[in-house]
Write a protein of this length. Structure first.
Length: 64
């Protein structure tokens, strides 16, 4: 499902970015995914997705 229509960002993309980078705020998430930069209607949905994903521990860790 598209969360941000302005930038064609799906909930899957947001979830993957939150799992991988563990942002603490929308501003930090914006470094990885361009959400909420135009009309801002997606901010509430993105925040809910972030809250859901932060409740679950990361399933994988990147190996350098």
């Amino acid at each position: 499902m598209y969360v941000c229509l302005c930038n064609a960002i799906s909930d899957k993309t947001v979830r993957e970015a939150v799992r991988r980078y563990q942002p603490k705020s929308i501003q930090q998430l914006r470094h990885f995914v361009p959400v909420g930069k135009q009309c801002g209607k997606c901010i509430r949905a993105v925040r809910e997705i972030m809250d859901e994903e932060m409740q679950h521990p990361a399933l994988y860790k990147e190996i350098a």
